[in-house]
Write a protein of this length. Sequence first.
Length: 458
Amino acid sequence: MPNERQRLLAITIVAGGLCGLAAVAFHISCAQLYTLLIDRAAAAPGHSWIWWTILTPALGGLIAGIGLTYWIPAAAGSGIPQVKTAYTFRFGAITLKETVGKFVLCALQLGSGASLGVEGPTVQICAGVSSFLSRIARLSPVNSRRMTSVGMAAGIAAAFNAPIAAVTFTLEELIGSLDQTMLAGVIVAAALAAYVEHSILGANPIFHVPRLQSYTLANASSLIWYAVLGLLAAIVSVAFTDSLLWLRLRFRELKRVPRWIQPAIGAGATGALAVVAIQFFHLNGIAGNPYTTLTQALLGNLPVTAMAALCVLKLAATVTSYSSGGSGGIFAPSLFMGGMLGGTVGYLDVTVFHHSADSIGAFAVVGMGAAFAGIVRAPMTSILIIYEMTGAYGLVLPLMIANMSAFALARYWRRTSVYEALLEQDGIYLDPKHKPYDPGAGGAVPEGGPEEEMPLAE
């Protein structure tokens, strides 16, 4: 029989391929449900589209709420906090039930019109696949934990076709230190998962940006507005995080409304906000797939009033969808808000300095990275993921200025990132310098710390 190191290498390779396939299946499912549910509702004849655009997300939220309450509560949320909790407290163990539940319920809620993204759930699903493989291979708890990082990297790589950003995100958000064995597995899995998704769905499976679009810094004076963009992105990031946490707490204190109904309330509010966007701006980037509308911002095809309004509407819709207990990620909404904010600032650059209108798309690209850096607090990933998705290598300096400004200011105004704040609101604290402490388990940890054997989840 092969020894454990050999089994770990083999399972890592297998996990990279299977995670890529799982991501493809999830993304295709979401795309099909978008077309079947929310897109069809928004295209209904006469004025009936208004009611269908509100009712369809509400019904999807209701079904998801029932499933999350009575079937698999661990499938709620974005997926990143859940993976971090499993990594810290359960040696990365994610049950098969949790993985399947996340796939089914999240695809249903996203397809019906929730203002959430597929990227975070893809991470949880892929981490669940790698956790299942580690149990089949009978790996030790330490190596089972390493497989969690493999799943996270594979999920990010498959979601964005960005294997380099997947590695940095896993290091920044999950591992926190350089483990050579873990890093090797992360690199292999990210490359394989990205290759699988690229082979099946094409160069940009999620983010359909015009890669041949030339994004450059044409005028040095525009750097002033890129600095302003970083400041505004930090403000939007803190406003998003604070409002999300505040409304999430209000929903939890709402005892008169059962928990299984609450996602329907949030999704219905999202549908109403989508009606506003469609009615006044003839754009539907609020409910359902946001990337089609975001691509128009990257091309500079949207008016400034539409982009400013869509930024605010998306913030409100994402807060209501997530805080009410829905299942879905915040990566896509972060990029959408940042793109619309960046495009709005780009119009200021064109108006004040009379620069070419082509710079509006460049500002939208930089805005995506700045908002991502301010909300997710992964500054290296925020730069690399924009490079890999758009090929905007001519925006190196603006990206660094805006992203690092947004990151530094957001961290100054709110020390805790959104994922850590969500866990702390649940009474879970992650401290990499000490043994794991889980308030839900009375603070109990294995006597020898995280490296001692403990039972894995069924």
